[in-house]
Design a protein around this ligand. Structure first.
Ligand SMILES: NC(=O)c1ccc[n+]([C@@H]2O[C@H](COP(=O)([O-])OP(=O)(O)OC[C@H]3O[C@@H](n4cnc5c(N)ncnc54)[C@H](OP(=O)(O)O)[C@@H]3O)[C@@H](O)[C@H]2O)c1
Length: 253
């Protein structure tokens, strides 16, 4: 899928993987909208992209807030036109340290599902209409190993990611040729990882910027992938020099 000049919306884009993805899309000429709650980090991320010569706009919203969804969609369309690439990257672990399921309050589980599952569901509904009409567009849902393997204390998060994988698959079954993929990015050196596993050695973890390049390669090559697939970022080599995406030479989705 072409990236240059496309409107791209990335949630959770003020730090970690989301920020690196926003930078990677902007480097290839996309017009990028970044969403996160904290204004300070969001402004720093958009300013960095502009300094690097890219187009970036920040929207400070909580993706788990029902009232925010149409405001995000409306503002994004006004800023860059209806987005044709959307990355559902914002996510919460829930309570930290993560409790066992029997110690998890129902309200905490509901909040994890609101941010990681219902928010992406609502935002997809709000943004997909123009893509259906144009018969082109792509959604990436950031998944996790915890969506397929059960780990003690990762229950709420894992349930939300497993359901999100199936949401992507189900949208693909209903809305093809609009493309939907869930992607496991692998373990990365980010705040989320440090919050979950503070004793992990950061040198053993992937750099978010490297993973972002692999995700851009998935977007550029998405025309060759089965719609609804669950992918692993590690299985995709970065584009050699970004030229395929910049020139629109990637397979058209
Ligand atoms: N790090 C890993 O090892 C790992 C492994 C597997 C999967 N993943 C997945 O990869 C994605 C990126 O993770 P990361 O490690 O880069 O996370 P991160 O460093 O914690 O960054 C999370 C981003 O999401 C934003 N965010 C959080 N809650 C939000 C909300 N309710 N509404 C809007 N924005 C929100 C944060 O900004 P604010 O707090 O200011 O809103 C921040 O920009 C997530 O989907 C995660 O589940 C990560």
């Amino acid at each position: 899928m072409n990236i240059r000049s496309e409107g791209v919306l990335v949630t959770g884009a003020s730090r970690g993987l989301g920020k690196e993805l926003a930078r990677a899309f902007a480097r290839r000429g996309a017009r990028v909208v970044l969403v996160a709650r904290g204004r300070h980090d969001l402004e720093a991320a958009t300013a960095q992209i502009r300094r690097e010569g890219g187009e970036a706009h920040g929207l400070a919203f909580d993706v788990g807030d029902k009232a925010a969804v149409h405001r995000i969609a409306g503002a994004a369309a006004a800023l860059v036109g209806p987005p044709s690439i959307v990355v559902h990257n914002a996510s919460t672990l829930g309570a930290v340290p993560m409790p066992l399921l029997l110690d998890t309050d129902c309200e905490d589980l509901a909040r994890v599902l609101d941010v990681n599952l219902v928010g992406p569901f609502r935002l997809t509904k709000a943004l997909v209409g123009p893509m259906v009409l144009r018969r082109r567009g792509l959604f990436l849902f950031l998944s996790s190993d915890a969506a397929v393997s059960a780990y003690a204390r990762w229950g709420s998060y894992g349930v939300s990611k497993a359901a999100q994988d199936h949401l992507a698959r189900s949208f693909a079954a209903e809305l093809d040729p609009v493309r939907f993929f869930s992607v496991d990015p692998g373990e990365m050196d980010t705040k989320m990882h440090a919050d979950a596993l503070p004793d992990a050695d950061p040198t053993t973890l992937a750099r978010p910027a490297d993973v972002a390049e692999r995700l851009v390669a998935i977007v550029a090559r998405s025309g060759a992938l089965v719609n609804g697939a669950r992918l692993a970022a590690a299985d995709f080599e970065p584009l050699r020099d970004g030229a395929a995406a910049r020139d629109g030479a990637g397979a058209e989705a």
